[in-house]
Design a protein around this ligand. Structure first.
Ligand code: TYM
Length: 327
């Protein structure tokens, strides 16, 4: 049985990239293994946040998880800070990893470049992420491609720890999709679609109104060739739109390409907008219901208890193996 763990930061404004690259997959995986999904609010603190904002975004993400189809009866859904073992093992992972390894992380380089204030947490972020994963005997971690390096770090930390202190952790496998693992910006297909892009036209937010989605897709860059075909290298923008079409409709890229043979980008974009709106409308309807539901806190409390039961067992083993005295 697969033990699946993944997390999403409560940073507000989730994008179609988060959904296609990771969250949509979380839903399907519920039938393949034991799934644990976290709202990683401690990771969000690596970039300073207002308390009100973090609180609000945390509950929004919880509502989004259940709205896309995470079933709290099948999966454990919890807030990272409610299980203190994450911070504890995060520290031990900081003491297992090396500064050089952390400084090499591309996310750290990107997020710290040109910034006047860079928190210590931004550098040690992957140590906490390793802790998240290793606490749950995780075998599989569904993520987007941008997390690949963090997963490699996690695997290195687990192997290093096991070598020094004896078999303690399971070495996890990343699950990164070939198509959809990296959804690109609508205004620049060389950049990842990201909610932190100041141009809101570059991403589709999961809560965007249908009219906004139509407008954003209409304005999405393409190329001058005028043929709908998949060629990531020479036609990155159109290939990205095809990936989005395929992920939202469930159709294969080949079937979509065949349908648009001899037709221009106008028709393709019009239909793509419809496909995206149809995929997001039911999620948006569910979200409206969940965001004000008192049931959400019960789900999160229950999730934290169930997560804690697993995490505390792992930590007992870790403390014992590392020589941290317990009575
Ligand atoms: P975060 O919150 O930035 O993103 C959540 C998930 O969405 C994926 N993603 C994308 N996938 C495809 N195309 C895109 N444009 C795109 N943008 C985002 C991310 O790869 C991610 O899977 N470090 C993690 C959170 C984390 C975590 C963990 C994940 C903390 N602990 C343990 C897995 C296991 C992050 O910042 O994701």
């Amino acid at each position: 049985m697969k033990q699946i763990f993944s997390g999403v930061q409560p940073s507000g404004n989730f994008t179609l990239g988060n959904y296609i690259g990771a969250m949509k997959r979380f839903v399907d995986l519920q039938d393949e293994g034991n799934c644990i999904y976290s709202i990683v609010n401690l990771h969000s603190l690596t970039v300073p946040k207002e308390a009100n904002e973090l609180r609000e975004y945390t509950l929004q993400l919880a509502a989004m998880y259940v709205s896309i189809g995470i079933d709290p009866k099948k999966s454990i859904l919890f807030i990272q800070s409610q299980v203190p073992e994450h911070a504890e093992l995060g520290w031990l992972m900081q003491c297992t990893g090396y500064i050089g390894e952390l400084e090499r992380m591309t996310q750290y380089k990107d997020k710290s470049a040109g910034k006047e204030i860079v928190t210590g947490g931004l550098l040690t972020y992957p140590a906490l992420m390793a802790a998240d994963i290793l606490l749950y005997n995780t075998t599989h971690v569904p993520v987007g491609e941008d997390q690949k390096q963090h997963l490699e770090f996690t695997r290195d930390m687990a192997a290093r720890f096991n070598k020094k202190y004896g078999e303690t952790f399971v070495i996890p496998e990343p699950m990164i999709q070939e198509f959809g693992g990296r959804i690109m910006s609508l205004d620049d297909p060389t950049k990842k679609m990201s909610k932190s892009n100041p141009n809101a036209g570059s991403y589709i937010a999961l809560l965007d109104e249908p009219s906004v989605i139509v407008k954003k897709i209409k304005r999405a860059v393409t190329d001058s060739e005028g043929t709908v075909r998949y060629d990531k290298e020479n036609k990155p923008a159109v290939s990205n739109l095809l990936t989005i079409y395929s992920a939202c409709s469930g159709e294969s890229i080949d079937a979509i390409v065949a349908r648009y043979e001899g037709r221009g980008y106008g028709d393709f974009k019009k239909d793509l907008a419809e496909v995206v709106v149809s995929a997001l409308t039911p999620i948006q309807e569910e979200y409206k219901r969940w965001i004000n539901s008192p049931e959400l806190t019960d789900i999160l409390k229950d999730g934290a208890e169930r997560a804690h039961a697993v995490a505390s067992t792992t930590m007992d083993k870790v403390r014992k193996n590392m020589g941290l005295v317990t009575f």
